[in-house]
Design a protein around this ligand. Structure first.
Ligand SMILES: Cc1ncc(COP(=O)(O)O)c(C=O)c1O
Length: 406
């Protein structure tokens, strides 16, 4: 039977053609290709022995509940452990402020579903996290992007966008930011801008969605207060925090949490009823054990030391192989897993990507990190996953590839 499936698909999904980054990754099967494209933490940092130990104990002692359904809003023990964990970051919440998610990506999906009708506007950076664009895109919003500065989002630019959209009667539902070591740029938002963003949120009464997967991975400089904390010190109730255990513990768990006002959290829990029901109990227990029985402070110290070295090596090699006359610039992040390179405007990095594969090196073309009107001359580069030897070699290959195009 011949079916015209396209005509049957929902308006929300029929024009969505799949995650652009995922498609590019399919081209990277050659084992000799060094990929700077992924966003994977290094398995060298994984707490494998701890996980094995805790897992065996839980399976021996608690299999009946591990194998059962559990609360949709999350395991009580994990919620309590997260509340304690956040206290160390000066965030004070109670159970009504948190829903456990099946990781950061679900946290973003719940946010999009909760707030967006087709045509509603989302304010975001140019560039911003591609996964957030995909998650929100499912509700067919209008993306209103503003170029990010070296010290984070252009808050005045956000204000102008909000003014224009409001005057056109387009509802602006939230402002999405990744203030700490943003994916893809590695840029962090200054404290002044965090405060200014809150001013803006209060002035227009628009919530801020603060996505914080990399907050614990600072290699240089001082920790900055989260926007959630700053809001708590002022009016409160204007920020929704999206967190994940992926970079704290390991992505395989697929566990995270959203925090925010009780009304928001209740509704997010209701949305979860319609898709995942509960996040896996076993995985939640492993995350509880991570916070309560593993030495997570030392673990994060070790992660920071490990990635700090890789970042330094990467930046030094970049300096060596991309002399100024090549016209290439790149960000110098103080943490996270990524940096953002800019090549001369005439070079299209999607075309360069296919060339780079021939040189056995890969990156993510910058164009996937824009909600609208993508810029074409950037690349996202990951430095956490390849070994140090591979990182140095990858920079050499990338430089060789680019020189052919200059
Ligand atoms: C900014 C940002 N938000 C959310 C996520 C999604 O996190 P998770 O892998 O836990 O779903 C990522 C993952 O790379 C990210 O970089």
């Amino acid at each position: 039977m011949q079916q015209n499936w396209m005509s049957r698909f929902s308006d929300n999904i029929k024009d969505y053609d799949g995650y652009a980054i995922g498609k590019l990754f399919k081209l990277l099967s050659d084992p000799e290709t060094i990929s700077l494209a992924g966003g994977l933490p290094s398995p060298d940092t994984f707490l494998k022995d701890d996980l094995q130990r805790v897992s065996q104990i839980r399976l021996r002692e608690d299999a009946d509940t591990i194998m059962q359904y559990t609360d949709i809003s999350g395991e009580r023990n994990l919620i309590q452990a997260v509340i304690q964990f956040l206290k160390e970051d000066h965030i004070n919440i109670s159970e009504e402020n948190i829903v456990i998610t099946s990781s950061g990506q679900q946290g973003l999906d719940l946010t999009g579903r909760l707030f967006l009708n087709p045509g509603d506007a989302v304010i975001l950076d140019r560039p911003t996290f591609a996964g957030a664009i995909v998650a929100f895109q499912m509700q067919r919003p209008a993306f209103a992007g503003v170029e990010i500065d070296v010290d984070g989002s252009d808050i005045e630019g956000f204000g102008e966008k909000i003014g224009t959209l409001t005057s056109q009667n387009i509802p602006v539902k939230f402002i999405y930011v990744v203030p700490d070591f943003q994916n893809p740029s590695g840029i962090s938002m200054s404290v002044e801008k965090r405060e200014a963003l809150l001013d803006l949120s209060y002035e227009f009464d628009i919530p801020i969605v603060e996505d914080s997967p990399y907050r614990s991975l600072r290699y240089h400089g001082n920790n900055l207060p989260s926007i959630y904390e700053l809001d708590q010190n002022r009016k409160g109730g204007h920020v929704i925090g999206v967190y994940t255990f992926s970079k704290l513990f390991c992505p395989g768990m697929r566990v995270g949490f959203n925090i925010g006002p009780p009304e928001v959290i209740v509704k997010m829990t209701h949305i979860k009823e319609g898709n995942t029901l509960n996040s896996p109990k076993y995985n939640q227990d492993m995350c509880t054990a991570f916070l309560q029985e593993m030495d997570w402070q030392t673990h994060l110290e070790n992660c920071r030391a490990y990635y700090r070295e890789k970042l330094a090596l990467f930046l030094n090699t970049m300096q060596e192989y991309f002399p100024e006359e090549m016209g290439v610039s790149w960000t110098k992040p103080e943490g996270g897993l990524f940096l953002w390179a800019t090549v001369p405007e005439r070079i299209d990095t999607l075309e360069l990507f296919y060339e780079a594969i021939k040189f056995k090196v890969a990156f993510v073309p910058g164009e996937v990190f824009y909600g609208e009107n993508p810029a074409k001359n950037h690349m996202r580069i990951n430095f956490s996953y390849p070994s140090k030897i591979q990182l140095a070699e990858a920079v050499k290959r990338l430089s060789g590839c680019l020189r052919k195009h200059l």
